[in-house]
Design a protein around this ligand. Structure first.
Ligand code: ARG
Length: 461
């Protein structure tokens, strides 16, 4: 069968190599449900304006639903010569309804149709991703209860810096993923605009009601320039960026936990169900899931790059290059969704190794900065206090003891005004308790942040 788009002017059949080269049905069959939703709304609008009779519309709507069921049940045959999902569904409708089916494509082109399908698909993807991000946030929040009071060393330059509550760490990821959710919600506003009715590129001379179609499809409005409609893929690019951002956040977490679960840090015990073995070294339990979450970030970034380059310099309006937008977008959505689906149980089922953490907290003089701030409260200028604490750390290092084991006389040799009050901020427990600024790791602050997150996640349940 030749493609309906080749009828009329063409006197030559398509070269089979061209058919294979230009088809997109291999991957755009995923749009079938959205294509059917778009066509259904379009037919209903055509009936409303009198282009279709009510009976014709009814037959089309039923026919489309039947086709949808066949596709879902795997009973539909896809043929490369029909190029894409739009032509497959339209041809199947014509096969069933004859001339009535031939009326569906009135006042419509595949250019506005594919953009609409992709917007509907992206909207669903955004909503699903947003839900997956929430699941990951819930997993972090659960850990805040499980690990209440646990202190972890926090790092700058991957060197021990200051002590923080474990919950402070977990909530840091909640914040990152919240910004990602906001970015998705923001992107959704630009996704949720109806392209149907832009037709090929200039609109149509037929008296269509674009707002009616938009309402039926749950779009918040219609796009206002038909040339823009058929060329606009900003929303695809934006979504690809947000996905890359989520992947970056996941990758940061994965890297951190790969380190922390290794024998050098030993802070975490990953669930074995999320680890894999080695084919040669019998003793190995490897963090492959985390490594792949980190590794898959590469393709998500690659997809963003692909789309940026694809759209660069395309003249208005529709160009077939735009067909290349789908695979990178689908791949990014699939990849990030799979990573998020695994992240939540991995976060929930990982156990902290308290012995290793406690031992590690003794190293690195994590309380030094708090001691310096204590000195500032005693009237010592910051630069002087920084210098004095540095000297005290050097003394302690020489004797291989923590700061809180230095006798008072050492402190007083550095500044005679110091008294036993210094011990109130030494040791990681005291140091953590001393924090008070907004957003800090101080227990009151973290309790407040946890409560805020509980409220937020509950409201959204
Ligand atoms: N499969 C095409 C795509 O994804 C649909 C639009 C085809 N339009 C055209 N004028 N050839 O872009």
């Amino acid at each position: 069968m030749t493609s309906p788009s080749r009828s009329g002017v063409f006197q030559q059949a398509a070269d089979p190599r061209v058919e294979r080269f230009t088809e997109s049905i291999r991957y755009d069959h995923r749009l079938y449900a959205h294509d059917i939703a778009g066509s259904t709304a379009h037919a209903q609008m055509l009936a409303k304006i009198g282009v279709l009779s009510d009976d014709e519309c009814r037959q089309i709507v039923i026919g489309l639903a039947d086709i949808g069921r066949d596709i879902a049940a795997g009973k539909f045959s896809f043929r490369p010569e029909l190029e894409d999902i739009h032509m497959h569904i339209e041809q199947a409708l014509i096969d069933r309804l004859g001339d009535i089916g031939r009326k569906l494509h009135t006042a419509r082109s595949r250019n506005d149709q594919v953009a609409t399908d992709l917007r509907l698909w992206s909207r669903d993807a955004i909503d699903a991703l947003s839900g997956l991000l929430r699941q990951v946030q819930r997993a972090w929040l659960e850990r805040c209860q499980t690990d209440a009071d646990v202190i972890l060393p926090a790092y700058t330059h991957l060197r021990p810096a200051q002590p923080v509550l474990a919950a402070h760490y977990w909530l840091a990821y909640c914040e990152k993923f919240e910004r990602d959710r906001q970015r998705l919600a923001d992107c959704r506003q630009r996704v949720n605009v109806c392209s149907l009715g832009g037709a090929a590129l200039a609109g149509t001379s037929l008296p269509i009601d674009r707002h009616d179609v938009a309402r039926r499809l749950g779009f918040s409005g219609v796009s206002d320039n038909s040339l823009d409609i058929s060329s606009d893929r900003d929303f695809v690019l934006e979504l690809a960026f947000v996905l890359a951002m989520i992947a970056e956040h996941l990758s940061t977490w994965a890297e951190e936990w790969i380190l922390w679960s290794g024998s050098e840090y030993g802070f975490l015990e990953l669930p074995q169900a999320f680890c894999t073995g080695s084919s040669i070294m019998p003793q190995k339990v490897n963090p492959d899931v985390l490594e792949l979450i980190r590794g898959k970030t590469a393709r998500v970034i690659g997809n963003l790059q692909t789309l940026l380059v694809l759209l660069k310099g395309l003249p208005l309006a529709y160009n077939r290059d735009l067909q290349e937008d789908k695979e990178p977008l689908f791949d990014s959505v699939d990849t990030v969704s799979a990573c998020l689906e695994l992240a939540a149980p991995l976060i929930q089922q990982t156990r902290l190794r308290h012995d290793r953490i406690t031992a590690q907290l003794q190293h690195g003089y994590l309380d030094a900065t708090t001691l310096m701030e204590y000195m500032i409260t005693r009237g010592i200028p910051q630069r002087t206090a920084h210098h004095l604490v540095g000297r005290l750390v050097a003394r302690a290092m020489e004797r291989r003891i923590p700061l809180h084991e230095l006798p008072l006389v050492d402190f007083q040799q550095e500044d005679a005004s110091l008294d036993a009050g210094v011990y109130q901020v030494l040791g990681v427990q005291n140091a953590v308790r001393a924090f008070r600024s907004h957003g800090s790791t101080g227990p009151d602050q973290v309790a407040q942040q946890t409560a805020t997150w509980q409220r937020r996640l509950k409201e959204d349940a």
